[in-house]
Design a protein around this ligand. Structure first.
Ligand code: AMP
Ligand code: ZN
Length: 113
């Protein structure tokens, strides 16, 4: 997607702090962290949001959840963490490229997304 912010980050056109990468997935630090650790995990292939997940593309979601424990361990989140995906305006989604927030490093309030 030409003008998608996270596609530009994946292509290296916008700088980011890489945390993890493989052939299907890219993880980087959120520019406005809401917790001591705030990492975004995204599929390299553009998917708009949770509502655009289908039987044809859902394998990437499973893959992302398979790599999240390793990212959390590398970030030292032994005491727990939260995984969040905002979908649509009422959830406050601001970037229309499927992403999973990993939040941790302190006890989290329910307001944190
Ligand atoms: P959401 O509001 O769930 O769509 O999450 C989008 C997230 O992307 C927010 O937490 C932003 O802080 C984060 N974000 C926006 N621009 C950048 C960027 N250039 N690098 C890293 N994170 C970003
Ligand atoms: Zn995209």
């Amino acid at each position: 997607m030409e003008n998608c912010l996270f596609c530009k980050i994946i292509r290296g056109e916008i700088p980011s702090t890489r945390v993890y990468e493989d052939d299907k997935t890219y993880a980087f630090r959120d520019i406005a962290p809401m917790a001591p650790t705030h990492v975004l995990v995204v599929p390299k292939a553009h998917i708009a949001d949770c509502s655009a997940v289908t039987p044809e593309n859902s394998g990437i979601v499973a893959h992302i959840f398979e790599v999240i424990p390793g990212i959390a361990k590398a970030e030292g989140l032994e005491n727990g963490y939260r995984v969040v995906s905002n979908c649509g305006p009422d959830a406050g989604q601001t970037v229309q490229h499927l992403h999973f927030h990993i939040l941790g490093g302190k006890p989290l309030t329910l307001e944190m997304a």
